[in-house]
Design a protein around this ligand. Structure first.
Ligand SMILES: [Zn+2]
Length: 214
C-alpha cells in the first residue's frame, strides 16, 4: 500500500505544481467558515505549509490529497468490509432520493449557507433548507418502516468493521504524510517562487495606500 500511496502523492504534488502558476493573489476569496480540510491538518504540516501560505494555495493540494485517502479507504471498505459497504449503500440510496440543495455546487459556493439571512419583518415563504428537511428520508412516510432491525451480534460485527475502516484510514493518512514529506522541498520552492512574491507585492501595495500623503 505504501508504494502505491507514494506514487499517488507524487502525482498529486505534480498536478498541484502544474496548477500553481495560475494562482493569483487577487482571486483569493475570504471564507465565512474555517475549512475542515485544512485547519489544523497534519497533512498541511507534512507539506510544510505554515499560516503565511494563503488558504487557496494550501487547499488546492490538501483537497486533492484528501480525495486520495477517501478513494483508498473506499476501495479497502468495498474489498474487505461487507457490512459497512451495505450500510453505506443504504445511506447513499436514501440520500440520493432526497433534495440536497447544498450538493453539486460550484466551488465558490461550496460550504456556504443555502439561504440568505432572514429579515424578521419579511418572513420567507419557503427556504431551501426547509424544503430539504421536508424531503429528508426520516421525514418521508414509510422511511422508518424500511430501517433494518439489528441484532446485538450484527451491531457488534458492524462496529468491528467500522473500527477496521478507521484503522485503515489512519494508516493511509500516516503513509500519505510520510510520502508527502519527501516533496516538501519542491512544494516550498514553488511557494517561494510563485506565491510569496505576490503576497509581498500585495502587502507593499496596501501599506502604500495606507501611508498618509506627504
Ligand atoms: Zn481548505
Amino acid at each position: 500500500m505504501a508504494d502505491q500511496i507514494e506514487g499517488q502523492v507524487r502525482g498529486a504534488v505534480d498536478a498541484w505544481l502544474r496548477w500553481l502558476p495560475r494562482w493569483q493573489v487577487g482571486t483569493a476569496r475570504g471564507r465565512t467558515r474555517v475549512c475542515r480540510t485544512c485547519f489544523g491538518s497534519p497533512v498541511a504540516a507534512a507539506a510544510g505549509f505554515d499560516a503565511d501560505v494563503p488558504h487557496a494555495v494550501q487547499h488546492a493540494l490538501l483537497n486533492r490529497l484528501r480525495h486520495l485517502v477517501d478513494a483508498e479507504v473506499d476501495a479497502y471498505t468495498t474489498r474487505n468490509l461487507p457490512l459497512v459497504t451495505r450500510e453505506l449503500r443504504r445511506a447513499a440510496e436514501a440520500e440520493a432520493s432526497g433534495y440536497r440543495p447544498d450538493e453539486g455546487l460550484a466551488l465558490e459556493f461550496d460550504g456556504l449557507d443555502v439561504d440568505p439571512e432572514p429579515d424578521p419583518g419579511q418572513p420567507f415563504l419557503f427556504t431551501l433548507a426547509g424544503l430539504a428537511a421536508e424531503d429528508a428520508p426520516s421525514a418521508r412516510a414509510g422511511a422508518a418502516a424500511a430501517e433494518p432491525e439489528f441484532s446485538e451480534e450484527a451491531k457488534a460485527a458492524l462496529r468491528r468493521e467500522v473500527a477496521l475502516a478507521d484503522e485503515h484510514a489512519q494508516s493511509v493518512g500516516t503513509a500519505l504524510c510520510f510520502a508527502l514529506v519527501e516533496h516538501r522541498e519542491r512544494i516550498h520552492d514553488a511557494v517561494a517562487r510563485l506565491v510569496e512574491p505576490q503576497v509581498d507585492e500585495l502587502i507593499a501595495e496596501l501599506s502604500r495606500t495606507l501611508e498618509p500623503p506627504s
